[in-house]
Design a binder for this molecule. Structure first.
Ligand code: NAD
Length: 242
């Protein structure tokens, strides 16, 4: 398939588990891709624009920078995210500010800047979570921020459909990436064993890998999803949030 021939995309969190896979799938199908992450040395794309998404000026200028480098901006993938674990009584002011800044304010700023640069047929894919659509236990701040980006996606999907700009979100459940593994390590578990055990709780029999999520992101970014606007697509292997 060459669904992205002639398309130019910007991907945030492009050095992360899911982000790297999104970038390689987009490029494999013909897209030119500008990549953004605070981990600049880990970036691999046609154009690297490293930076910190808690920096408002970086966020406000990122889409324009990407368009200047590539000549156009057809696809924006807001994939970067951070996780704060624990109930609200464990959350510090810094946890709240960081989670809001990366998971909500950055995609807000990027979407606000991208939409005026985009032409008919463009697409934005945000990354929410099953844990934003349904409340998961002991992740109050994370769930709240993912609920916020889910709601913003639904609103923008509705508001910008008339311009031919589609805005949708992918909502993964657990995915085998550094984000999931770091949580097991923090709690003193061996990540390999813990992920294998977690896989037994998924009706499909395994935890998702980055490709399972990236392929849905690419579907949402492609013309195959040409009639989806403001959708929240849960990718969960049949496992509900409990
Ligand atoms: N892994 C899961 O189980 C899971 C489940 C549901 C949703 N998600 C979401 O998927 C997305 C990708 O997560 P992942 O699992 O690949 O995690 P990851 O930790 O591997 O990747 C996240 C990337 O975001 C980048 N990032 C974080 N803060 C940043 C900042 N301030 N400035 C710039 N870049 C920053 C990191 O450097 C990292 O490369 C996130 O939005 C996450 O919330 C993940």
């Amino acid at each position: 398939m060459n669904r992205f021939e002639g398309k130019c995309a910007l991907v945030t969190g492009a050095a992360g588990g899911i982000g790297k896979t999104i970038v390689s799938q987009l490029r494999a199908e013909g897209a030119m891709v500008a990549v953004a992450d605070r981990e600049g040395t880990e970036l691999d794309g046609d154009f690297c624009i490293p930076g910190d998404l808690t920096d408002k000026t970086y966020c406000d200028n990122l889409c324009q920078q990407a368009r200047d480098k590539m000549g156009q901006l057809d696809i924006l993938i807001n994939n970067a995210g951070v996780i704060t674990r624990g109930p609200i009584t464990d959350a510090t002011d810094d946890d709240l500010q960081l989670s809001l800044a990366v998971n909500v304010e950055a995609p807000f700023r990027l979407c606000r800047a991208a939409i005026p640069l985009m032409k008919k047929g463009s697409a934005i894919v945000n990354t929410a979570s099953c844990w934003g659509v349904h409340p998961g236990p002991d992740h109050a701040v994370y769930c709240m921020t993912k609920a916020a980006i889910a709601s913003l996606t639904q609103c923008m999907g509705r508001d910008h459909a008339h311009q031919g700009i589609r805005v949708n979100a992918v909502c993964p459940n657990e995915v085998d990436t550094p984000m999931l593994r770091s949580g097991f390590e923090m709690r003193g578990f061996n990540p390999e064993t813990a992920i294998a055990e977690l896989g037994k709780t998924v009706p499909l029999g395994r935890v998702a890998n980055a490709s399972d999520i990236a392929s849905v992101v690419c579907f949402l970014a492609s013309d195959d999803a040409g009639y989806l606007c403001g959708s929240l697509i849960e990718v969960n292997g049949g496992k509900p949030v409990t």
